[in-house]
Design a binder for this molecule. Structure first.
Ligand SMILES: NC(=O)c1ccc[n+]([C@@H]2O[C@H](COP(=O)([O-])OP(=O)(O)OC[C@H]3O[C@@H](n4cnc5c(N)ncnc54)[C@H](OP(=O)(O)O)[C@@H]3O)[C@@H](O)[C@H]2O)c1
Ligand SMILES: [Zn+2]
Ligand SMILES: [Zn+2]
Length: 317
C-alpha cells in the first residue's frame, strides 16, 4: 500500500545517473521512516552506474515516523544507515553476528531497489529499525553521512583482522576512504604510512595522521622500507598488488577494501565505529557541499571519477 507521497531518487543505469520518481510506502510495524538530509558520494556508486541500483549509500537524516514494533527510536532522532539493510537475524551467520553474510533471501545490500529503499539520493527511506544507526549527539550531519559507508568500511579491518597498536600499517589510495583510514590507524595507535600515486597529497596525509608518506610512482619506492604488518588498499582501481605484497612483513596481510561487498561492515562494527569516531574526533574533509539536484549529482560523479574530489562530496536535500 502506498501513502502516495512522491519524490525523486536516482539510479545507475547504462553508466549514467538516471532520475526516477519514487513513492513513499506504508510503514511496516518494524520500520522507521527517515527523511534524509545529507548524503555523500562514495566511489562504489561509480562502480554501480551500470547496475540498475538506486544510488547513494552514505546518508543520515531525521526520523519522521516510527512503526509500532520498533525499539529505541523516536521522532526527531538523527539516524543513518549504510550498505547493510536487512538480514534474517536467525540463520547461523546472523546468530554469530555476521549479518552481512546472512544466507537468507531476506538479505539486502546496497541499493538493489527493494521496496522502501530509494538510496541516499532519494529523500525518504523506510527501513527495518534494527539496521538503522543512531548518530551520536554532537556529530555533524555531513561527517555522520560519510561514516555510514566510508567510516564503517575503514574501521572494519582494524576490528576484525586483529590490528594492534604495535603494528605498522600502510594505507594505499588516499581518497575518501584512505583519508579516513589514516585517521583511524593513527587513533588506533599504529605506525601509519600513506602510499599514494603522486606527491600531491603529502601535506594532507601527514595532517590526517600519517607518520610517513611514500609516492609509489617513484621507481624503487619500496627499497629499504621497514615492512608493514598490514597494507590496506583503498584504491578505486586495481593497484600493483605485487608491490604491496613485497613490502609485507612475514605473516603480514594485504586487505583490499575495493573488493565490492566483501568488507561491508556488520551492524556491530558500525555501532562500534560511531562510538570510536566520536571519541577520537575523526573528521572527514568535505570537498564541497551542494544542494541535491540532478545537475549537481552528475557533476559530483564526473569530478569524483576524474580524481577531483578532496575528499568527499556531500549533497543536501
Ligand atoms: N568493500 C566495501 O565495502 C567498500 C566500501 C566503500 C568503498 N569501497 C571501494 O573502495 C574504493 C575507494 O573508494 P573511495 O570512495 O575512497 O574512492 P576515491 O575517493 O576515488 O579514492 C580512491 C583513491 O584511489 C587512487 N586511485 C585513483 N585512480 C586510480 C587508479 N587508476 N588505480 C589505482 N588507484 C587509483 C587515488 O589515490 P592516490 O591519489 O593516493 O593514489 C584515489 O584517491 C572504491 O573502489 C570503492 O568502490 C569498498
Ligand atoms: Zn561506499
Ligand atoms: Zn541470516
Amino acid at each position: 500500500m502506498s501513502t502516495g507521497d512522491k519524490f525523486y531518487a536516482y539510479k545507475g543505469i547504462g553508466g549514467k545517473v538516471v532520475k526516477s520518481e519514487s513513492e513513499l510506502k506504508e510503514l511496516k510495524p518494524e520500520e522507521v521512516l527517515i527523511r534524509i538530509t545529507h548524503a555523500s558520494l562514495c566511489y562504489s556508486d561509480v562502480h554501480f552506474l551500470d547496475s540498475g541500483f538506486v544510488l547513494g549509500h552514505e546518508q543520515v537524516g531525521r526520523v519522521e515516523r516510527v512503526g509500532s514494533a520498533t525499539e529505541g527510536f523516536q521522532v526527531g532522532d538523527v539516524a543513518g544507515y549504510g550498505c547493510n539493510h536487512k538480514a534474517c537475524l536467525v540463520c547461523r551467520e546472523c546468530l554469530s553476528g555476521a549479518d552481512t553474510l546472512c544466507s537468507s533471501k531476506l538479505k539486502r545490500m546496497h541499493g538493489s531497489a527493494e521496496e522502501g529503499h530509494h538510496g541516499g539520493f532519494g529523500k525518504y527511506v523506510t527501513m527495518d529499525y534494527r539496521f538503522a544507526h543512531k548518530i551520536p549527539e554532537g556529530m555533524d550531519f555531513s561527517s555522520a553521512a560519510i561514516f555510514m559507508c566510508c567510516g564503517a568500511t575503514t574501521f572494519g579491518p582494524f576490528f576484525k583482522y586483529g590490528i594492534q597498536p604495535y603494528h605498522r600499517v600502510a594505507i594505499s589510495g588516499i581518497g575518501g576512504l584512505g583519508h579516513v583510514a589514516l585517521q583511524v590507524a593513527r587513533a588506533w595507535g599504529c605506525h601509519v604510512t600513506a602510499l599514494s600515486s603522486s606527491d600531491k597529497k603529502r601535506e594532507d596525509a601527514l595532517r590526517f595522521g600519517a607518520h610517513e608518506y611514500i609516492n609509489t610512482s617513484n621507481e624503487g619506492w619500496s627499497e629499504g622500507l621497514k615492512p608493514f604488518d598490514f597494507v590496506i588498499s583503498s584504491n578505486n582501481a586495481q593497484p600493483q598488488y605485487d608491490g604491496f605484497v613485497n613490502v609485507l612483513a612475514p605473516r603480514g596481510s594485504l586487505i583490499l577494501l575495493a573488493i565490492g561487498g566483501s568488507l561491508v561492515a556488520t551492524r556491530q562494527e558500525h555501532a562500534l565505529m560511531l562510538e570510536f569516531f566520536a571519541r577520537h574526533k575523526i573528521t572527514p574533509q568535505i570537498a564541497e557541499t551542494m544542494p541535491l539536484t540532478e545537475k549537481n549529482l552528475q557533476s559530483a560523479f564526473d569530478r569524483l571519477r576524474k580524481g577531483e574530489c578532496k575528499y568527499r562530496f556531500v549533497l543536501t536535500h
